[in-house]
Design a protein around this ligand. Sequence first.
Ligand code: ADP
Ligand code: MG
Length: 141
Amino acid sequence: MSYRSGRTLSPEETFALGKQIAEGLPTQGIVALEGDLGSGKTTLAKGIISTLTGEDPDGITSPTFTYMQHYPGKTSVFHFDLYRLKGVDDFLRLGFSDFFGEGLCLIEWPDRIAPLLSEKTIRIRLDYSANHERLIALFNC
Ligand code: ADP
Ligand code: MG
């Protein structure tokens, strides 16, 4: 497992870090974005998604009510926000696990489907520190 971490001091820096991280991501697999509400998961996802698909970052929002948004592109990205999901059964019923083999899946609130995630999951952990500072660690298994 490789590990690297960084510190950002603004949403713009987190967005830029997302763009950097995107360069090293595979075209298929699962990226778990872990961290509390407001820790910067969606901001980081915007950097990743806009880099991999060419999508305008202003058009990228957390799919809180629809759970999933698909961005076709050079890499096909499936962006999940599972905050409101009850658990694994709902995820499977909605057919979402089918997308695991079809592109890069970015998952906010991955704990909702923990039993479905393997050791191969790339994990990105975001933590608050002071004010606008965020600590962001990447565990690339
Ligand atoms: P999440 O998806 O984890 O709930 P968001 O990315 O939607 O988080 O929101 C992060 C919030 O924190 C935004 O309101 C943003 O302006 C603020 N913020 C302050 N400092 C940072 C930072 N260093 N990185 C990311 N967001 C930050
Ligand atoms: Mg979010």
